[in-house]
Structure formats: structure tokens, C-alpha cells
Design a binder for this molecule. Structure first.
Ligand code: ADP
Ligand code: MG
Length: 454
């Protein structure tokens, strides 16, 4: 029996033994990694799921394996992260170099992860520009923006978009694509460097891998920080590809201008193309992503809208964190079988997940206290739903001062006033506007600021 056949049978039998919800929740995105020595390695979507499956479905998996193989198969669950780690710690390539043999550069493999596509990338204000230009590049590689430089903080979707570009190109053309993380480039280059310039075979392999392609996608180039030799080599690779009209897509955690360690000539090259920033998701995008990641699961039918609101207001500003929360909800739901996922259930079970240090030390509280005292109100007044003119006015001034004097995001400020980010923006615009013609307001704000700084 071929491996794929065995795997298909396995999934068939497994799904017949589980109800649809459980199967979709736990096994829908599982993949066959390998079968050897009667051991089957299965990739599971993430660590939570992996642990859960291990705890609750081991017996079932063994039973199903027995049914489809008639033999003694063992199984192993891994996540994408596990596979990456394994790859990173394998020393064989270096050993090969020491033995005077060629390292195994995987020159024909794209390294693309098919789970990241444009279809499942949710778009909002914070990532719309990056998504649009990424799609344009995928449609016309080498023609429009070259290089495309995507930057933004961790967990905001850079890697997802880069794979989406690669997958799209593979699907719609015959072009060869290589996705690499910068570590891999640095590792490959370091091997050559160790051997010295006289090892022509090694150099040729390196060049084949990186220059004999139509699209190079290189992720996280901030890792070049400590690898100046590799930077120079990347410069050469870049020129070679760019001269031939080959598309280059680069990502980093900050803009080229903020990468002090980056060679000026690389900065110049990067400026030839287009730079797209991905910002942290706003409230609306967070809710959309939450809904989307729950789609088709039981959680989506049980969850109350206010819970989505609660999560979107309290979570960290990155998508990875959102995914973690959804996974947690999936697990909780299958464990406790709640009739509905209401605020109480969510607060009880997700509280720890949001971390306790979030609101304790921020200075929004300080501003609120100063403003409340100044206007003879209480902090509770400011945070309440009350909309009397005096409270409303004080609240708007407080929001404005928070925006001007604290490090907090608009969303976070809103949260501290039990309001959404749109309300904060409106308040700040309004105060800013009024200050232009209202000297009294101006001096009030100056006095309050002075109070805060005391
Ligand atoms: P980065 O590379 O910027 O650190 P990733 O691309 O690894 O971030 O994204 C982290 C996780 O969040 C991934 O699982 C990714 O699929 C998911 N993700 C990020 N942005 C989005 C989005 N807009 N829509 C759907 N999933 C997203
Ligand atoms: Mg990434």
C-alpha cells in the first residue's frame, strides 16, 4: 500500500469513528509527514491540539492504525515547530563539509507551507496595503514591485503572506520559488565560508540553490544583524536575481531605515522596490480573525457576541495570540461541553491567558485620577456609561491626555474607559479641534498635565 493510500484510509476510518465536530476540530488539518520502520509521523496543527490528541485519542489512533495496516504500527505526533526544530538541530550538513563532501542543499524544494494562502488571510485596515501589494506581486512576479519588503512586529502575518505569495505563484505558473528563513541562508553560506573560496563545487551548489530560481522569498532578515559576511553574500545574490528580473520578497521585524546594522548598499537596493508595513490588528480585524478561526467548529455556534468583544479588547495585539485563544476555547469546549460560551465562562477560563500584569502599571490610571480630581469627579464616573455633559467632557479630555502622554494604544486606552477604540479617536479629534479656539480648555489641559507629572 502506498503511503498516501494508507493515510487516506486512516483518515476515512478515523472520521467514521468520530462525530464531525470532533474530527474537524482535531484532525482536519493533520498531515502525513512520513512512514518508515512501521512508524507513522503525523503533523498536527499546533501544540495544544497535539497534547490534547495525545491525551484523549491515543487509543483510538492505535486502533484505527491496526485496522488499516493489519500490522504493528506506532505513531508519533509532531507540530510544524517540532519539525523546524529538528531541522535546525541536525548537524549532518556541517559534518559533511568536514568530511569533504557536498552539503545537501535542497535546491529543488520550495519550502512552502500550503496552509498559508491568500484565501485564509483575513484583511483589515492594518494589513490591507501589505495584502494588496503581496497579491499583485504574486500575480506578476518580477514585474511590479521588486523587491517587495514586508515589515512589522512578530505575529502579524508576514510569514503567512510570504507563503501565500509563493503558493499562489506555484499554482498559477511554472515559475520556481524558494522560500527560506534567513537562518538557512546564513547556515548555507557559513558552510562555504568555512571551506574557503577554493571549494568550487560548494559555491556552485549554493549559487544553484539561490540564483537559479524565479522567485526568492527570504523571511526575517533582521537575523542578518550578526552575520555581516552573509549580508554581503545576500547583496550578491540579490543583484544576480534582480538583474535577471527575478522577484525577491523580503521580510523583517522593522523597516530598512530602522535596521542600523544593515549595509547601506542593501538599503539602497531595498528602496528600489516597495516597502509594506503590517500594523497590529485593530478591534474589528481581531473580531473577524476570531470568527474566521472558529468557523466550522462548535465554538462558533456556542459563542456569544460579547465574548468576541471581550477577547478582542483584552488580547495582545498579535494574531498568534488570537489563535492561541481560539485553540484554548476549542479545547475547553470539548472538555466542558458548555451550553453556551458566555462572558462568565470566558472570563473564568481565559483570565490567566490574558496575563495579570497588563493593566497594573500603566499610566492611564494616573491620568484618570488626575482628571477626575481636577473636575471633582471620580474615576468611576469617567469609566461609567454616564453621558452627562460634565462627565462626558472630562472623559474626553482624559482620553486625549492619555493618547498624548502615555505609551498605550488607542485600543488599550479605550479598554480602560470601557469604550472601543473608535470612541477614543472621536474624543481625541474633538478635543484637538476645540483646543484651536478655546484657550480655557488649553490651560485646563496644561494644568492637568502638570498635576500628573507631580
Ligand atoms: P509573523 O511572520 O509576522 O511573525 P505569522 O505570519 O507567522 O506572523 O502569523 C502568525 C499566525 O497568525 C499564523 O498562524 C498566521 O496564519 C496567523 N495570521 C496572521 N495574520 C493573519 C490574518 N490576517 N488572517 C489569518 N491569519 C493570520
Ligand atoms: Mg514570521
Amino acid at each position: 500500500m502506498k503511503n498516501e493510500e494508507l493515510w487516506d484510509n486512516f483518515l476515512d476510518v478515523l472520521s467514521s469513528k468520530l462525530n464531525g465536530i470532533s474530527f474537524n476540530t482535531w484532525f482536519k488539518d493533520s498531515k502525513l509527514v512520513s512512514i518508515s520502520d512501521n512508524n507513522i509521523v503525523i503533523e498536527i496543527g499546533n501544540q495544544y491540539k497535539k497534547n490534547y490528541i495525545k491525551d484523549y485519542y491515543t487509543d483510538l489512533i492505535e486502533e484505527v492504525l491496526e485496522t488499516v495496516t493489519n500490522g504493528n504500527y506506532t505513531f508519533e505526533l509532531v507540530t510544524e515547530e517540532d519539525l523546524k526544530k529538528e531541522k535546525d538541530t541536525q548537524p549532518e550538513e556541517l559534518d559533511l563539509v568536514d568530511n569533504n563532501e557536498l552539503p545537501k542543499f535542497k535546491d529543488t524544494v520550495s519550502n512552502l507551507n500550503q496552509k498559508y494562502t491568500f484565501e485564509n488571510f483575513i484583511v483589515g485596515d492594518s494589513n490591507r496595503f501589505a495584502q494588496t501589494v503581496a497579491l499583485s506581486v504574486a500575480e506578476q512576479p518580477g514585474k511590479l514591485y521588486n523587491p517587495l519588503f514586508i515589515y512589522g512586529k512578530s505575529g502579524l502575518g508576514k510569514t503567512h503572506l510570504m507563503h501565500a505569495i509563493g503558493n499562489f505563484i506555484k499554482e498559477t505558473s511554472n515559475k520556481s520559488v524558494l522560500y527560506v528563513r534567513s537562518e538557512e541562508f546564513i547556515n548555507d553560506f557559513t558552510q562555504i565560508n568555512r571551506k574557503g573560496e577554493d571549494n568550487l563545487d560548494l559555491i556552485q551548489h549554493f549559487k544553484d540553490k539561490y540564483r537559479n530560481i524565479d522567485v526568492l522569498i527570504i523571511d526575517d532578515i533582521q537575523l542578518f544583524r550578526t552575520a555581516s559576511q552573509s549580508q554581503i553574500e545576500f547583496f550578491n545574490t540579490f543583484n544576480s536575481l534582480h538583474d535577471k528580473g527575478k522577484q525577491i520578497v523580503i521580510s523583517s521585524d522593522s523597516s530598512p531605515d530602522d535596521m542600523k546594522y544593515l549595509e547601506d548598499r542593501l538599503k539602497t537596493r531595498f528602496a528600489w522596490g516597495l516597502q509594506a508595513n503590517i500594523m497590529p490588528p485593530d478591534y474589528e480585524l481581531k473580531v473577524n480573525i476570531l470568527k474566521n478561526k472558529m468557523l466550522g467548529t462548535e465554538v462558533s455556534t456556542l459563542i456569544k457576541p460579547e465574548v468576541l468583544d471581550y477577547i478582542a479588547n483584552n488580547c495582545e495585539n498579535d494574531v498568534r495570540h488570537l489563535e492561541g485563544i481560539v485553540n484554548r476555547l476549542l479545547i475547553l469546549t470539548s472538555m466542558y461541553l458548555p451550553k453556551e460560551i458566555n462572558l462568565e465562562f470566558a472570563q473564568e477560563n481565559l483570565k490567566d491567558y490574558f496575563g495579570s500584569s497588563l493593566y497594573i502599571t500603566n499610566s492611564v490610571a494616573k491620568v484618570q485620577k488626575a482628571v477626575a480630581e481636577y473636575f471633582n469627579l471620580t474615576v468611576e464616573n469617567l469609566k461609567s456609561k454616564k453621558r452627562t455633559a460634565d462627565i462626558n467632557n472630562a472623559r474626553q479630555i482624559a482620553m486625549y491626555i492619555c493618547k498624548m502622554t502615555t505609551e498605550e494604544t488607542i485600543e488599550r486606552i479605550g479598554l480602560e474607559f470601557n469604550r472601543n477604540h473608535a470612541t477614543v479617536i472621536h474624543a481625541c479629534d474633538k478635543i484637538e479641534d476645540e483646543m484651536k479656539n478655546n484657550d480655557n480648555l488649553k490651560s485646563q489641559i496644561i494644568e492637568i498635565k502638570a498635576k500628573i507629572n507631580n
